[in-house]
Design a protein around this ligand. Structure first.
Ligand SMILES: Nc1nc2c(ncn2[C@@H]2O[C@H](COP(=O)(O)OP(=O)(O)OP(=O)(O)O)[C@@H](O)[C@H]2O)c(=O)[nH]1
Ligand SMILES: [Mg+2]
Length: 314
């Protein structure tokens, strides 16, 4: 069944792509089989993560980028990831409506993914969804996350190129930026640069960049007005420049290696958790209670849990 699905997906059937993404998102056995069969066909797309604070304009930017890539004859996959809460479903719905002008275009495929349980491994699933779009043959895969917490940073780093979207005068100035977020960006986009204080933000970003260390790639700062589609062509040129930089410098190879390690480790973690939950869910509840009451400590609890399910793990 998975083999047939993969055959149809590789032949360019959109319904097969949709179904494959669902299997992968459900982390089902069929999903893993699909991934196994698709994996040799991946590695061609330029994958771009788009992260930034809530309301920064990520969805608007993603939409504008998709349109610009389409103008340039590239096909586009979009994965919108919402790791935050079920309450922000409204945002995804809004995005769906906004995306409507693109949905009539067979060269664009969009999928939104929401959080599952706390043991979900969302970045693992997002990376898998990117792989599916890549195998389908999308030239560009845009991976948009909601918010800019640790989860989102991890999701965005499943892409080859990461865009951090900032806005002037919303308090997300350089000082208050959470550690680790500036560091993952390959491109800085100052969106809503039609608003006041844009110059001040850009100056602060420039000062920050000259102080921080980075490799041979000079992180560009781009002025964008996403809802007016201003600065988008320049952004795509910089994205292309980053893509060819990655190829030229060998960075793509080392990034791939790093990513592969990350993905294998995440897959191991996910698999171990799934097996534990299959066998030891009630023991986990019991041990959680004991730790909460300080009758045991988390590490001892983990060891007891692992000992109890060790048959499952081998
Ligand atoms: N003034 C101005 N408003 C913009 C610009 N880009 C987007 N907006 C508006 O900002 C609001 C938020 O845009 P979204 O694209 O939904 O932002 P987001 O980052 O995807 O939001 P979340 O997914 O909820 O975190 C919308 O009302 C947009 O119309 C811009 O360049 N200038
Ligand atoms: Mg959004």
């Amino acid at each position: 069944m998975a083999a047939d699905l993969v055959r149809r997906l590789l032949a360019g059937e959109r319904r097969a792509l949709a179904r494959a993404l669902t299997h992968v998102e459900n982390q089902s056995a069929a999903g893993y089989e699909v991934l196994r069969l698709l994996y040799p066909h991946t590695g061609r797309a330029h994958t771009i993560g788009i992260t930034g604070g809530a309301g920064a304009g990520k969805s608007t930017l993603t939409n504008a980028l998709a349109k610009e890539y389409r103008r340039r004859g590239k096909t586009v996959g979009i994965i919108a990831v919402d790791p935050s809460s079920p309450f922000s479903r409204g945002a995804i719905l809004g995005d769906r409506i906004r995306m409507q002008e693109l949905t009539g275009d067979p060269g664009v495929f969009m999928r939104s993914m929401a959080t599952r349980g706390s043991l979900g491994g969302l970045s693992e699933t997002a990376a898998d969804a990117v792989a599916v779009m890549d195998a389908f043959g999308k030239d560009v895969v845009l991976l948009e996350t909601v918010g800019a917490g640790q989860d989102e940073v991890e999701v965005a780093s499943a892409a080859q190129t990461t865009i951090l979207v900032l806005t002037p005068g919303t308090g997300d100035d350089v000082q208050t930026m959470k550690a680790g977020i500036m560091e993952i960006a390959d491109l800085l986009v100052v969106n809503k640069s039609d608003l006041p204080n844009t110059d001040a933000l850009i100056a602060a970003l420039k000062a920050h960049l000259t102080m921080s260390e980075h490799g041979a790639w000079l992180i560009p700062i781009l002025r964008v007005v996403a809802n007016k589609e201003q600065g988008i062509a320049q952004l795509v040129e910089q994205l292309d420049a980053h893509h060819s930089y990655l190829h030229r410098s060998g960075a793509l190879q080392s990034e791939r290696q790093e990513q592969a390690r990350h993905q294998v480790v995440a897959a191991v973690q996910g698999e171990v958790l799934r097996r534990i939950l299959r066998q030891g869910a009630s023991l986990l509840d019991d041990l959680t209670q004991q730790v909460a009451e300080r009758r045991t400590d988390p590490h001892s609890a983990a060891e007891r849990l692992l000992a109890a399910v060790s048959g499952e793990l081998s």
